[in-house]
Design a protein. Sequence first.
Length: 445
Amino acid sequence: MGSKVKTIGEMAFLSNRLEHLDLSEQKQLTEIPVQAFSDNALKEVLLPASLKTIREEAFKKNHLKQLEVASALSHIAFNALDDNDGDEQFDNKVVVKTHHNSYALADGEHFIVDPDKLSSTIVDLEKILKLIEGLDYSTLRQTTQTQFRDMTTAGKALLSKSNLRQGEKQKFLQEAQFFLGRVDLDKAIAKAEKALVTKKATKNGQLLERSINKAVLAYNNSAIKKANVKRLEKELDLLTGLVEGKGSLAQATMVQGVYLLKTPLPLPEYYIGLNVYFDKSGKLIYALDMSDTIGEGQKDAYGNPILNVDEDNEGYHALAVATLADYEGLDIKTILNSKLSQLTSIRQVPTAAYHRAGIFQAIQNAAAEAEQLLPKAGTHSEKSSSSESANSKDRGLQSNPKTNRGRHSAILPRTGSKGSFVYGILGYTSVALLSLITAIKKKKY
């Protein structure tokens, strides 16, 4: 491996038979990423002094009893050391020794930090309990109300301890802060569920229900970035308005953009499918990824469920989907008359450049259809355009005439919006590795 390693990829050494790991000479390494050394046979790990972060499930399913870390380490994910042998003296939890770390590291699900280090203050604990007690419980889901009440009880129990350990206090603080950061998402879920009560059997109700299910998973998932959580909150708000017949989506024209992505990479081709909403002036309001609904409910010749976004493309696709937010506010003319390289507002995704370009192709496909539909919105037309992408050779991607010529109804499922335009079933793709690192913390309270 040498001594100049700067980064290690996610799942880089997943499912091997490593017994000893010496990274002590990797002076530029700052992070052990998600599942990097998960499912091995590690008994000893030597970490570099430069290490700052150990991510989700980084050392899951090994034989570690103890882990020594340097003073630079500022974060260990709560499930980084799940399913290890641990120390019998501490209920079979891995003992993490920090050597007088200046950061207040939290205990995890299956590890304990500096067993002999006691907390020097409870002021921070008192403050966060006040924040929890100040919540408007009526705006939260019933399960979340119960969760915060149980959390309050647990916090008060910690306050009464005379020998409160720093690690256990930090564990409580970290979890409380995490779920306080999910309050807005929970409120959006609660509001959406209320709107769904009388609309569940409707097509748009089904669309909202799908989004709710994604949001419920995200509520407990610590690996989802803040920006993705905020987008989910916005998505729920918009779709709730749609079900209730109010808000921007209820007044919008929805068109479906489809693109068959073929890349020079050794990856299967797959369809990128989007629901794209434009206002009356032709500005893009919102774009929903529904690629995972393509082929939904169908089986291949061997009886297996069809997965449009296969496991090889899943990670790249999830990275590229983040660019959908960057198209908001662009008008049809700009989208159709620009190359992707000219749209500087669209973030770069170096590790998923071809998939990013494929998203753009699908957006252009939708814009071409919207250009024809908007002047005739009052006729409730569902005709698709037969346009060729203005950027068909961007990043080496080929335009796909079959996709661009009115095949939407055969590829993407549709739903109807009462008295207005056409809406499609949402397919919100989760962030990479959602299924691998879902954090079901909520069950503990």
